[in-house]
Design a protein around this ligand. Sequence first.
Ligand code: MN
Length: 316
Amino acid sequence: MSDLGTGPPAPAAGAGPGQELLAGRRTELGPRGLAVNRTLPGRYRRMIGAWCFTDHFGPVDLSRSRGMRIPPHPHTGLQTVTWLLDGKVLHRDSLGSVQVIQPGELNLMTAGSGIAHSEESLAEESRMLHGVQLWVALPGVARGTIPRFEHHAHLPRLQDGGVGVTVLLGELAGLCSPATAFTPLVGAQFTLAPHATAHLPLDRRFEHGLLALEGSIEADGTVLGPGPLLYLGTGREGMTVRADEGATFLLLGGEPYEERLVMWWNFIGADHEDVVAARHDWMTGDRFGAVAGFVGAPLPAPTMPATRLRPWGRVR
Ligand code: MN
């Protein structure tokens, strides 16, 4: 997967607190699909903990956009995290799950050994669409785990003055998400009222990053608006984030992911052969099962590159 992430030269991996601004790149979800800004994997910075893929889409007016319509496609070796600020998205998968997701709820799909799903925005129910889709790489020991789908309508939340926090994955400020995680990590949404200041408690063993979704924030001397991802390194016990006007942002963090992996199309594996096998099984109808109820053909896998896929680590 190529990318055009830009930013200042990065410190060495594991070097402690730092800052890198990952600009990301514009791409599309699905064929002629929804425009997204993809900040991970970046040119140099591939991951934050096990977070390995960060797509931010919208806000987009669905009366003037095709919206999200991703036909059935497979995944292996990862979890997909779908989180909306506005709109509704219908998820179907090969386990038979059918779930409408709306703002404030979490869809978490653990692909493990293999699953297929489709995702469609419901324009007739909500005119706007705004959200993120994030991937979490499974550790090698869980890469082949049994596929499962979780919908969490109720997540731990805290409101303290002008600061609201919802914990999607992992634990923060004593709030523990019920969502299944396979590595030590955190994902949380903060909502700041105008002129609010949030004091983020951080785990110093984790590396962290911030992604602004609405409005702009000031963190560690850097002003961050929607678009880039601000990587913060490891070794921080806390951070102060301010918003002059209202803002919503995500905190993503995790223990540095030290294994190497191969990521191609919608698959994560240990090596080239894992991906070749997953692609073969998708194209022959094995392993992944069918997504019932979706009107239209599944997505064919792209042609693999002529060269072998090389495993990479958390940084290039
Ligand atoms: Mn998908």
